[in-house]
Design a protein around this ligand. Structure first.
Ligand SMILES: C[S@@+](CC[C@H](N)C(=O)[O-])C[C@H]1O[C@@H](n2cnc3c(N)ncnc32)[C@H](O)[C@@H]1O
Length: 319
């Protein structure tokens, strides 16, 4: 029995790439929004998408087996409402799926990176940055709990979201607290997307600064500085610079808040660590106790990490 289980586990894992690729391909080819707009036969869909009839039928059959499309007695395919909410027009998961497609292609080079210990990318952002940035927003929008639900971000506070991506952590915190004033600081190619994201939520309490956190000056003094999912892109030297700079940009008693994957906690965390091998010079999933130690060395007090779910933690450190 055990051998059969192990066999199933291995085959599920090694064959799993096919399901992944099917969804990514369908999203890249705009299949879900097109079919959501007008449910249709396979050949009509093939015509509208400019695909082969054979290929379209194959895609639809696979997606139907996954429950992502339906077919009625007349051979008309459609997208169920819940799937449309994720992958249809205005779907809130499409960019995340596209980003997984980017990672899929990168993971092709896992053996090469494992041999050399070097990333495949010359620059971490040699990828489809809009899909990445909007995908991070989509992922956060559908996740819970939100940061402001587990850490006190109430009252009149000034918050810097360093490496904030589209600014999603502060967008949701600002929606919950109109007295919060925030700045999102990220690289220029991401910062311009943050401007769009903030505008789409109609928030004027959040601003954006474009630059390099390791090189450029940080914009003023803050009550709270957030480093969410950025330290895993850095080695120890980078982590130390960011912690030092955060310390310098905090008011007395200000708080540094770090959100990270916990090392050794789950398969997802271990796989994410490999993505950092593929994409970054010396990034890695950091265990909470290592970052706690580095925060104390930096001069922070009351340093404490708490797990928020099975594989993520929030570390709060006070100046
Ligand atoms: C994984 S994303 C995290 C986004 C968001 N904080 C979140 O938790 O979803 C890391 C972000 O840090 C930014 N970043 C990394 N190094 C940076 C640097 N040296 N200067 C500015 N931004 C940086 C990246 O551009 C990216 O948007």
């Amino acid at each position: 029995v055990e051998l059969a289980l192990v066999r199933d586990q291995i085959t599920d894992a090694v064959e799993g790439f096919q399901s992944s690729k099917l969804i990514v391909a369908a999203v890249r080819m705009n299949l879900f929004p097109t079919l959501e707009e007008v449910p249709s036969t396979s050949s009509s869909l093939a015509y509208r998408l400019g695909l082969s009839e054979r290929g379209t039928l194959g895609l639809l059959e696979g997606l139907m087996q996954m429950g992502l499309v339906t077919r009625n007695g007349d051979g008309i395919y459609a997208v169920p409402a819940e799937v449309a909410m994720c992958l249809g027009r205005g779907g809130h998961l499409s960019q995340w799926v596209k980003h997984q497609g980017t990672l899929y292609d990168l993971w092709e080079g896992l053996e090469q990176s494992a041999r050399s210990g070097r990333p495949l990318l010359a620059n971490t952002h040699d990828i489809d940055v809009p899909a990445y940035a909007w995908g991070l927003l989509e992922d956060y929008a559908s996740s819970s709990p939100k940061l402001h639900e587990v850490v006190d971000l109430s009252g009149e506070i000034r918050v810097l979201d360093a490496g904030g991506g589209t600014g999603h952590y502060l967008i949701y915190a600002a929606l919950a607290n109109p007295s919060l004033v925030g700045v999102i600081f990220d690289k220029p190619e991401v910062a311009k997307i943050a401007v769009e994201a903030i505008k789409s939520f109609g928030l004027d309490s959040l601003g954006v600064v474009a630059g390099d956190l390791l090189v450029d000056p940080w914009p003023g003094l803050f009550d709270v500085i957030l480093l969410a999912n950025i330290l895993h892109g850095k080695g120890e030297a980078g982590v130390r610079v960011l912690m030092d700079r955060a310390f310098g940009a905090l008011r007395e008693k200000g708080r540094l808040i770090i959100v990270e994957w916990q090392q050794g906690s789950s398969l997802r965390s271990a796989l994410f660590n490999l993505t950092m091998l593929l994409c970054t010079e010396d990034g890695r999933v950091w265990p909470a106790n290592s970052l706690e130690a580095l925060a104390i060395i930096t001069g922070f007090q009351k340093v404490e990490a708490t797990m928020v779910n099975e594989d993520r933690y929030i570390l709060v450190a006070t100046k």
